[in-house]
Write a protein that binds this ligand. Structure first.
Ligand SMILES: Nc1ncnc2c1ncn2[C@@H]1O[C@H](COP(=O)(O)OP(=O)(O)OP(=O)(O)O)[C@@H](O)[C@H]1O
Ligand SMILES: [Mg+2]
Length: 305
């Protein structure tokens, strides 16, 4: 997304402004690299609006903080099943990665990112993620290995947490299989905490009658909503700061409003439009990004520029 080549490869800069990037460093920028050409121009140490769910960039809006603490509480209090939903691009995976970093030593965690597999493959991935060697046999053997591991961990005082991202893609059969995993328990407690993370379709899926047993077991739920206007402004500033920005560029209030209107507070879209706006500033040799820059960035994103 943020890989942008030379000026001739994009349609920015048509308003007659500086044809050559303003700083010598920017002029030296390679024509094609994974390092956006504008980083040197603005003095960034890294790209502020990458599309990866990097927890180092996490901006704790009230919503993201609540999401984080709800899930953390559920895990720490051993609530069994926890559900985190949110719109596409709202920041669920980012929160989830930050949680993994927070849990640290006392927890064994398995993060499943691509659950569109068969039941047996899912179990295999869980074992692999937990650092276990899946036996060369069948599902029953997988379950035995998992059960033994869970008991060992419980004895050692460590909790095991399974996080299933993109859980909206799980078929009802797989969801049911995940529920069965939570039956692994001693007479005192559940041996595994399971966090289901997914888009709003996950909620609809869980409303199916056939999944009511699972639904009843989910005791902690959080739905991550998009950012409001003020949060969008702070989000942009935060990401610029983490990237090493030193007071520039400046997004005017009108620019932020235009970003918010377009992205409707969805962080992934905010990133996409801000990335293009930064390119616009670079091409036009300006650190002041106003609504015009955002309009142009949106046109570029929509492929209409
Ligand atoms: N609170 C936040 N702080 C910083 N960056 C964020 C935040 N929330 C989201 N982002 C950024 O927005 C982009 C999308 O985030 P993420 O991938 O976590 O969304 P998602 O909800 O998991 O999306 P999907 O529904 O497609 O799985 C990423 O670039 C991520 O870094
Ligand atoms: Mg995600």
């Amino acid at each position: 997304m943020s890989t942008v080549g030379t000026r001739s490869e994009n349609s920015f800069g048509g308003d007659g402004a500086a044809a050559v990037p303003a700083t010598p460093a920017a002029r030296r920028a390679p024509a094609l690299s994974f390092h956006p050409v504008y980083n040197d121009f603005y003095g960034f140490l890294e790209s502020p609006f990458n599309l990866t769910p990097d927890p180092r960039f996490l901006f704790f809006s009230d919503k993201h903080r609540e999401a984080f603490h709800h899930v953390l509480f559920g895990i720490r209090e051993r609530k069994g099943f926890i559900q985190l939903t949110g719109e596409v691009g709202a920041g669920k995976t980012t929160v989830c990665r930050a949680l993994l970093a927070e849990l640290g030593e006392g927890y064994q965690t398995a993060l499943i990112l691509n659950p569109m597999v068969s039941g047996t493959q899912l179990l295999r991935s869980i074992l692999t993620e937990l650092g276990l060697e899946p036996p060369r046999t069948d599902r029953t053997a997988y379950l035995e290995v998992l059960n033994t591991f869970l008991l060992e961990q419980a004895e050692a005082g460590r909790d095991v947490v399974l996080l299933v991202d993109e859980a909206q893609d799980l078929t009802p059969e797989l969801l049911e299989q995940v529920r069965l995993l939570s039956n692994l328990e001693t007479d005192r407690r559940k041996l595994i905490q399971i966090v289901l993370i997914g888009q709003p379709e996950l909620r609809d899926k869980l409303n199916a009658r056939s999944l009511r047993q699972l639904r009843q077991r989910i005791t902690v739920r959080y739905h991550l909503k998009p950012l409001d206007l003020d949060e969008t402004e702070r989000y942009i500033s935060h990401r610029l700061l983490v990237a090493g920005a030193d007071g520039r560029p400046k997004f005017s209030r009108g620019a932020v409003r235009a970003v918010h209107r377009y992205a409707r507070g969805v962080p992934r879209l905010i990133n996409a439009v801000c990335d293009k706006a930064l390119l616009y500033g670079y091409v036009n040799a300006t650190y002041e990004l106003k609504s015009r820059a955002i309009r142009q960035a949106i046109r570029e994103l929509e492929g209409a520029a």
